[in-house]
Design a protein around this ligand. Sequence first.
Ligand SMILES: [Zn+2]
Length: 93
Amino acid sequence: MAIYQYRCAECGPFDVSRPIGTAGSSETCASCGAEASRVFTPPRVGRASGSLGRALEAQEASAHEPRVVRRVPEGPRRPAAPADPRHRRLPRP
Ligand SMILES: [Zn+2]
């Protein structure tokens, strides 16, 4: 679904939700019943919500505003020891 904007001469702009590609050039105004012409705007397709939405926003923001690091992040420098003791017997490079 996409949101299309129409403008009634009497009541002003209003939005109509229609499947993509099915919006006509005019729509009946819900308030006064007059014919309202379509206003062409950038598509406002529903944005993903939840964790996907946050990940997409973070990805988009990092393209324009990369995080600046002033010092090396703290934390373990070596990976934690493997939980399985047999991993210690594996050949090392
Ligand atoms: Zn109207």
